[in-house]
Design a protein around this ligand. Structure first.
Ligand SMILES: [Fe+2]
Length: 585
């Protein structure tokens, strides 16, 4: 460098130039630094934009399948942590019913300790965000009065700084995302909160879509189950089966631990447990409630459904039921079963297997209750029709017996013997029903037989017997006029046929003879043998049994004779009723 002392006078300009140059260099250096700074910012900006781009790509990928919400939320939090250069964070979802935040996804080594834990929305920074819907940055949590130390201790994770943003579905706050401890000791900045807010916006859309998807899926599933159980309920006309199936359906449909059906006893103005499913069902069945007593009594009295989330603190709760069964009722759904506006029973779903029953569950339960009511009403009407029919059939057969004094009680005994035999023949309930009516009406054709023959107090001549034999044909003709009774014709028409073909009216053989007729034949003959006639004494039961065994395969069907013998040996025949009066054919 030149010494200033040696600089010539003419060099003043040069000196000035140097100063200017220095100034320019300084300016240039400043610009270079400025450019470097800008370049650095630009680089950082590009890096962040790249991260954002990656995030959107990932968000795009994870939104394509919203059927697995847990997996989506896990992916979301991992993406957020990567984008924000941090390695710990939590995604909370809000439980609206309990006003709590649930630790749904936890990252940062505390997953096992914190996942599933809950905290009130009144607590902590996350709670503040959930309540206000605003974002929050805490650069030093130790100086934050809102910071929840309890969870920090539980997580065993030392927190320096954190930020939290709300998750929204529309205007509604559905959760909170919290990230903790930015790496490289860098504090969280506004840019970070912008990224997290953008991500949370995407997550909110996903959550909303997933919620709708799961909601629709749940509804579809519920209606499918409702349809299935509804079909199952109306597939039977047996009241007891309807009631049992209704109970089984409750636990399935409502996802409840226990379900029960209480019926109203109109006379005593009480409710009794008709069916209860669960370990304690026998004990429960002993309980009767007065109308208005307990939750079920209240529902029966008011005809309104009830959803009780905390049963123990409901003054209507009938605590004795839990005391008796040692069962703990936590929550309950209770709906009335109404037929034409009258409460005939109450359905209860007890203890939701998920968390608690909801208003939606109650609507579904009410729909189910209507199906139960229809099925019970159908079954009741069917039973009434059957009762009317059997009473009519019995009245008809009694009319015949009134004409023939020696057949007193014959029809009832034949009915009882036939049903006793059926118990040993593996018959369906439907076949037993047909047998029952066929047995009651088997001699209805005698209405067409002349009194002189029917009431004759001596053995019949061949001609008279031939007339009497026509009662099987007359009976079929009478029933043939009634469409609903045609199913009874075979039993009536063929009850004097024999396996060896020597019976009447057709001389049918073996399996050509309908089963109901084969059974009535044994029951009818046994009663004829054991009853007194004006012209002979009846045989003893044992002797009559021996006769049936003796003619098994010829006069009587082998299987039926064997079933009769078993019923006889088990006391099912002799103990039915003492024979009296008599029958001729
Ligand atoms: Fe007969």
């Amino acid at each position: 460098m030149a010494d200033s002392k040696n600089i010539p006078i003419s060099g003043v300009k040069e000196i000035n130039n140097i100063d200017a140059l220095r100034e320019q260099v300084g300016l240039l250096q400043g610009r270079v630094l400025e450019r470097e700074f800008e370049n650095g910012n630009l680089k950082n900006e590009i890096r962040l934009l790249n991260i954002e781009l990656d995030i959107y790509k990932e968000v795009g990928i994870i939104t394509q399948d919203i059927s697995n919400l847990d997996a989506i939320l896990e992916k979301f939090i991992d993406t957020a942590l990567k984008a924000l250069d941090t390695d710990a964070g939590t995604l909370f979802l809000i439980d609206e019913i309990s006003s709590e935040l649930i630790f749904t996804v936890v990252r940062g080594g505390a997953q096992d300790r914190l996942k599933g834990k809950r905290m009130s929305v009144k607590e902590g920074i996350a709670g503040w965000v959930a309540r206000t819907g605003l974002s929050y940055i805490a650069s030093d949590v130790m100086n934050e009065p809102l910071w929840q130390k309890e969870f920090e201790l539980m997580s065993q994770y030392a927190t320096r700084d954190m930020m939290a943003v709300p998750l929204k579905a529309g205007e509604k706050i559905v959760g909170v995302v919290e990230v903790i401890n930015k790496k490289r000791d860098m504090p969280y900045q506004k840019r970070d909160i912008d990224i997290l807010t953008t991500l949370a916006g995407h997550a909110s859309i996903i959550l909303d879509k997933a919620r709708l998807f799961l909601e629709i899926e749940k509804r579809v599933d519920e209606f499918r189950t409702l349809n299935e159980v509804g079909n199952l309920l109306i597939s039977t006309l047996d009241q007891h089966v309807v009631r049992k199936r209704a109970m089984e359906a409750i636990t399935k449909l409502m996802n409840a631990e226990v379900g029960s059906l209480l019926m109203v006893d109109e006379e005593k103005k009480e409710l009794y447990f008709e069916v209860a499913l669960g370990d304690k069902s026998d004990k429960v069945k002993e309980i009767r409630l007065k109308m208005g007593e307990g939750i079920a009594g209240w529902v029966a009295e008011h005809g309104e459904p009830l959803l009780i989330r905390d049963v123990a603190n409901d003054p209507r709760f009938y605590k004795k039921a839990d005391d008796k069964t040692k069962f703990v009722t936590r929550n309950m759904l209770c709906v009335p079963v109404k037929i034409r506006g009258n409460v005939i029973g109450v359905l209860q779903a007890i203890n939701s297997k998920t968390d608690c029953f909801t208003d939606d569950d109650m609507s579904l339960f009410a729909m189910f209750s209507n199906q139960v009511a229809i099925a019970l009403d159908n079954a009741r009407l069917y039973e009434e029709i059957k009762e009317t029919f059997i009473a009519t059939a019995e009245a008809l057969s009694e009319a015949i017996e009134k004409r023939d004094p020696y057949t007193g009680g014959h029809t009832k005994r034949v009915l009882c013997y036939s049903l006793a035999i059926a118990e040993y023949l593996n018959m369906s309930n439907e076949e037993k029903e047909t047998l029952k009516f066929s047995a009651v009406l088997h001699d209805i054709g005698k209405i067409g037989v002349d009194d002189a023959i029917l009431r004759k107090q001596a053995p019949l001549t061949k001609e008279e017997a031939d007339v009497m034999k026509k009662h099987t044909l007359y009976g079929s003709e009478i029933l043939g006029h009634v469409k609903q009774l045609k199913g009874l014709m075979p039993g009536m028409f063929a009850h004097h046929e024999r396996p060896d073909g020597k019976g009447y009216p057709m001389g049918l053989k073996e399996s050509d003879i309908p089963m109901t007729a084969r059974i009535i034949s044994v029951a009818d003959t046994y009663d004829a043998m054991t009853t007194d006639r004006p012209y002979r004494k009846g045989l003893s039961p044992q002797t009559a049994l021996d006769e049936i065994k003796k003619y098994s395969g010829t006069q009587f069907d082998r299987d039926v004779a064997e079933a009769f013998a078993k019923a006889f040996e088990n006391g099912d025949i002799v103990n039915i009723m003492p024979p009296s009066g008599g029958d001729r054919i």
